[in-house]
Ligand binder design. Structure first.
Ligand SMILES: NC(=O)c1ccc[n+]([C@@H]2O[C@H](COP(=O)([O-])OP(=O)(O)OC[C@H]3O[C@@H](n4cnc5c(N)ncnc54)[C@H](OP(=O)(O)O)[C@@H]3O)[C@@H](O)[C@H]2O)c1
Length: 179
């Protein structure tokens, strides 16, 4: 199967993935969303490993939770030679250019990847490396924060192959890259 990089992420209406304080508490605006299946299990069953930005990893370590992932997780950092945090033994630190990182992960046998973290997703988009995006829009306007998208060198065409409406309040769009 051809290698694929996929994104599954929640944003505000105005396109932020975290608020001005780096908090994602606003994801709980409609807490009932956590009681229903929003496709996360199906999405993760299709991927073979995660590539997560170092900032998202640090946020994860701050949560009062057990290790939540069933697939191997690679943490992308070019500033660290080893990781801190309570999940440091659950993950693999990886660094280098995106092509070096992808080659390294592919050589380990993982080709269907879940790309997570705002800056990391932006870097992948900059290099036209995102094949699918699932964006769940929490209907709140934050007015500022960490954006999902940034300026990138060229327009990239996607098709929306699925839209789901949850609890009559939350929309989720599934996009596939048309090359
Ligand atoms: N709403 C959601 O669904 C959702 C999902 C995920 C995360 N989040 C939130 O997003 C925030 C974190 O996102 P973020 O945008 O700040 O950072 P991020 O993408 O998680 O991590 C960025 C870091 O990754 C490292 N990195 C190494 N190579 C890179 C490359 N080529 N491109 C990009 N990054 C590279 C850098 O750290 P080094 O300096 O160590 O190299 C960089 O600072 C957290 O608040 C988290 O809770 C929200």
């Amino acid at each position: 199967m051809k290698p694929k990089n996929k994104v599954f992420i929640a944003t505000s209406i105005d396109g932020f993935i975290a608020d001005r304080n780096g908090s994602i508490e606003w994801l709980e605006t409609y807490p009932d969303i956590n009681t229903i299946d929003t496709g996360y299990e199906a999405f993760t069953s299709d991927i073979e490993a995660l590539l997560m930005g170092h900032n998202t990893y640090k946020t994860l370590c701050g949560f009062d939770i057990e290790w939540p992932y069933k697939k191997p997780v690679f943490i992308l950092s070019n500033s660290r030679s080893k990781l801190e945090g309570k999940f440091k033994n659950d993950v693999v630190l990886i660094g280098g250019s995106l092509s070096e990182v992808l080659n390294n992960i592919h050589e380990r046998g993982y080709h269907q990847l879940y790309i997570d973290g705002g800056k990391v997703i932006q870097s992948f988009l900059e290099k036209d490396l995102v094949d699918e995006l699932v964006i769940t829009i929490i209907p709140v306007i934050l007015g500022g924060g960490i954006p999902l998208f940034s300026m990138s060198p060229k327009a990239l065409k996607y098709e929306c192959f699925k839209i789901v409406h949850y609890l009559d309040v939350i929309a989720q769009s599934h996009y596939r890259r048309i090359r």
